[in-house]
Design a protein around this ligand. Sequence first.
Ligand SMILES: [Zn+2]
Length: 255
Amino acid sequence: MHPLDQVLALPAFHDNYIWCWAAQGQLHVVDPGDAAPVRAHLEASGLSLGSILITHHHPDHVGGVAALRKLAPEAPVYGPAAGPFSDLSQPLREGDRIETGGAQFEILATPGHTLDHICYVHPNALFCGDTLFAAGCGRLFEGEPAQMQASLAKLAALPDSTPVYCAHEYTLANLRFAEAMHPEHAPTRERRVQVQAQRDKGAITLPSSIGLERKTNPFLRAGDPALQQALRAQGHRADDALSAFTSLRQAKDRF
Ligand SMILES: [Zn+2]
């Protein structure tokens, strides 16, 4: 079995997930915003810290790095070369490839949520931070709608089977929004019902997959004429994919 077929979620803060996996006695972690859950898992599992992967500079993604580096000074810290977070040993850019935890990842630059945002791509796991969420996408804190749309298009072009490990449990709220924007869209409604049942049991709704996102994520469906028409019927501008995307993002910020 590939080590990335057993990715584990360490819950942090209110709704963050710190994704991690084990390979050869070491634990590899993505976006440790808090060191405490990682430290607890290391102690419970007997693993040592192997590497840290950072997607962008927000504190809920990098807040635990300093403490974890003290714990394992030799563990590489991967992250975006372009950003303000500089506590990295391996700064990365679009097209770079890294090998860690028994897996080779390709790096995609995905500006939009922040300008420095990168994603880690492997056929068995996409670590996409706050760029692509299950049925949603990150807020545009630093980038422009066209930039975010181009970033999401890179992720949507990955194989349908690619598991999507985003950094927050936002799925149900995102699907409620998606359904409000396009009430007639049956796949969105079906997914909302399914995710509602998962959340009622307290279950995690991730990973998603690129195929499922292409079908039910309104931000990936901005070019769909049926969604555009539903948006126009509610008074939103939606003449093309970019204006539909922009309207969706603005409406979600107020939802
Ligand atoms: Zn963020």
